[in-house]
Every structure is written in C-alpha cells, then in structure tokens.
Design a protein around this ligand. Structure first.
Ligand SMILES: CC(C)(COP(=O)(O)OP(=O)(O)OC[C@H]1O[C@@H](n2cnc3c(N)ncnc32)[C@H](O)[C@@H]1OP(=O)(O)O)[C@@H](O)C(=O)NCCC(=O)NCCS
Length: 148
C-alpha cells in the first residue's frame, strides 16, 4: 500500500467535502477548500492518498516562519492507524524552517489533543465560545527547538 502526501487540487474537493461532513458537526463550507487551493502563496492544503484513494487531508497556512494547522482529518475507517501522525510529520518536514506552529482545537476533542501533545504542542490559552455550539477552543503552540 503506497501512502503519500500531495497537494490538494480542485478535483479532490468533492471527496474532501464528503469526508469533512462526516467528521465535523460544523464542516467547512465546500467553497472554503477551493479558496485554500487558490491562495497558494500562504495556504497549503494537502491530501493523504493511498492507492489513489483520499484517506485524509491537512490544511496549513505558512507565513514568514509561522505554521498554522487549520484543519486535519482522517477517514473513519483509517483512524488510529498513524495517518494523522504521518501527515503532521510530513508537514513539519516540509516547513522545516518554521519557528512556531499553532492550531485551535475543541476542548472536547481528546483524540486530536492527544495527537498534538505527542507532537509537543502545548495549550497556551482558551478562546471562549469559539465554536458555533458555544464550545471553547484551546489554542495550542509548538516551538521549533533551535540549536545555537
Ligand atoms: C484527530 C485525527 C486527525 C487523528 O488522526 P489519526 O490518524 O486517527 O491519529 P493517529 O493514528 O496518527 O494517532 C496519533 C495519536 O493521536 C492520539 N489519538 C488518535 N486517535 C485517538 C483515539 N481514538 N483515542 C485516543 N487517542 C487518540 C493518540 O495519542 C495517538 O497515538 P497512539 O496511537 O500512539 O496512542 C482523527 O481522529 C480525525 O480525523 N478526527 C476527526 C476530525 C478531527 O477531529 N480533526 C481535528 C480537528 S482539530
């Protein structure tokens, strides 16, 4: 089985949006994915693909030396098999010069929080009632260790 991470293209959007709607109660609008593909000087949407099948995606924004993980998702049948870790590893490899990485996560999303903790993210503050259902977001940050 050949797993790879590649840039998202417009023809992926309908499959990505189906996955987004399965996984999230408040999915990103379909047109957001198109916008992300088009803003390619800052936005870097990637697909995890195995045997020509989309099994996950990750949307990153990279500006100067800040990496923001905007969205990450793995299809239900492939969760807990290392795909989330794989995508994050690849992204950190790709943006190896980042200084700080950020993300927001629902306070209740323990699976995602565990994943981020294993990558060295720490929760630094809370955005109260950030999500449409009133739930708080935790803002998590990871600093790249720089050897002098
Ligand atoms: C969060 C998500 C992307 C993780 O991807 P994944 O491929 O399932 O995760 P991995 O198999 O790479 O797991 C990596 C680590 O994450 C944590 N984790 C992932 N799923 C978990 C679960 N069901 N229970 C507990 N910890 C979990 C564990 O620490 C795990 O490491 P371990 O397997 O060595 O214990 C995936 O569960 C998902 O798509 N969830 C729905 C969408 C979502 O919530 N996205 C995050 C928005 S902020």
């Amino acid at each position: 089985m050949k797993l790879k991470l590649r840039p998202m293209i417009e023809k992926d959007i309908s499959d990505v949006y189906k996955i987004e709607c399965i996984l999230f109660n408040d999915p990103w609008p379909k047109k957001s994915f198109k916008t992300e593909i088009e803003q390619n000087n800052v936005s870097f949407p990637f697909i995890a693909e195995e045997n020509n099948e989309i099994i996950g995606y990750i949307i990153c924004w990279y500006y100067i030396d800040k990496l923001h993980i905007g969205n990450i998702a793995v299809v239900p049948k492939r969760q807990r098999q290392g795909i989330g870790k794989y995508m994050l590893h690849k992204v950190f490899e790709y943006f190896y010069e980042y200084k700080k990485a950020f993300l927001e996560v629902r306070e209740s999303n323990k699976n995602a929080i565990n994943l981020y903790l294993t990558f060295g993210f720490e929760a630094i503050y809370r955005k109260t009632a950030y999500y449409p259902n009133g739930e708080d977001a935790l803002v998590m940050v990871k600093n790249r260790l720089i050897n002098h």
